[in-house]
Design a binder for this molecule. Structure first.
Ligand SMILES: Nc1nc2c(ncn2[C@@H]2O[C@H](COP(=O)(O)OP(=O)(O)O)[C@@H](O)[C@H]2O)c(=O)[nH]1
Ligand SMILES: [Mg+2]
Length: 259
């Protein structure tokens, strides 16, 4: 049976975590043909107690796992640590998904199906027919759209949604990427990972998803995180991405390579 690990990074997601974990487990259980599903929560010592809540869920369910990191280290590092654990755990497919229910767990089977049909990387995309965004004011839509177009143009990629964070990877695709090359911490991480996948010649497909603005908790998006994406994109293209200080990415290691 295909082993699927859904990696969910959390920082102060207490109100959302039980729901997102329950819905993800239900969606995995509903996959046809069946999959062997696991959920991995990567928590950065959330002050609101999300980590302890995740531990409770893991005690209640064998297929729920938690990785605790010492402090808020950014989305990129959380994902790299989560990917590595999923690969070590025997994952065939690895999914990234936000905890705040902006990504609908009911879409999981479609992302998984696309990967099972041969795609190396599946992007949940807001900007292909059938996709969309709900609950965003016009200016946020425009910034997201313009940011995606800018990144695609600079990187020479014909993909519509490079900044999204609802993706499915084949284990082999993650192993083929050199984790050392992924330096970004915030949203630029999403762009960088997909860029490296494209440069490695992996097959990337987009499947439509509808993104819904969160109802509970607060976004961790800051102007600095958005700005990071802006200046890192040309550096990615030039192949001169600046590494961030070691403490910022630890314990993120080389994807699947350091054991
Ligand atoms: N572990 C961890 N998770 C994070 C960090 N920053 C954001 N997240 C999580 O990443 C997901 C997306 O973040 P969010 O703030 O909703 O971003 P937005 O949807 O772009 O506003 C959520 O599940 C957050 O809890 C971080 O530094 N560490
Ligand atoms: Mg969000």
């Amino acid at each position: 049976m295909t082993s699927v690990w859904v990696v969910i990074p959390t920082y102060d997601e207490r109100e959302n975590l039980p729901t997102v974990v329950a819905l993800a487990r239900a969606a995995l259980a509903g996959c046809d043909p069946p999959v062997d599903g696991s959920v991995l929560v990567v928590d950065d010592a959330s002050p609101d107690g999300t980590g302890e809540l995740a531990d409770e869920l893991a005690r209640a369910h064998d297929d729920v796992h938690v990785h605790h990191r010492a402090g808020k280290g950014g989305l990129g590092g959380a994902y790299l640590a989560g990917f590595e654990l999923a690969l070590t755990g025997g994952a065939d497919l690895i999914v990234e998904m936000d905890a705040d229910l902006s990504h609908d767990p009911a879409d999981l089977p479609r992302l998984i199906e696309a990967a099972r049909h041969g795609a190396d990387v599946v992007l949940g995309s807001r900007y292909v027919p059938g996709g969309g965004v709900e609950g965003w004011p016009l200016h946020r839509r425009l910034i997201s759209r313009a940011g995606g177009r800018y990144a695609a143009a600079v990187l020479g990629l014909r993909l519509t949604d490079l900044t999204g964070g609802f993706k499915c990877f084949r284990a082999g695709a993650l192993r083929a990427l050199d984790g050392d090359l992924v330096h970004s911490r915030g949203y630029a991480f999403q762009i960088e990972l997909t860029f490296h996948a494209a440069r490695a010649g992996l097959e990337i497909v987009e499947v439509p998803i509808v993104f819904r603005e969160r109802e509970h908790g607060a976004s961790k998006m800051t102007p600095a995180i958005a700005f990071e994406a802006l200046w890192r994109v040309p550096l990615m293209r030039l192949g001169t991405v600046q590494p961030v200080p070691e403490h910022a990415t630890a314990p993120a290691a080389v994807l699947g390579l350091r054991r």
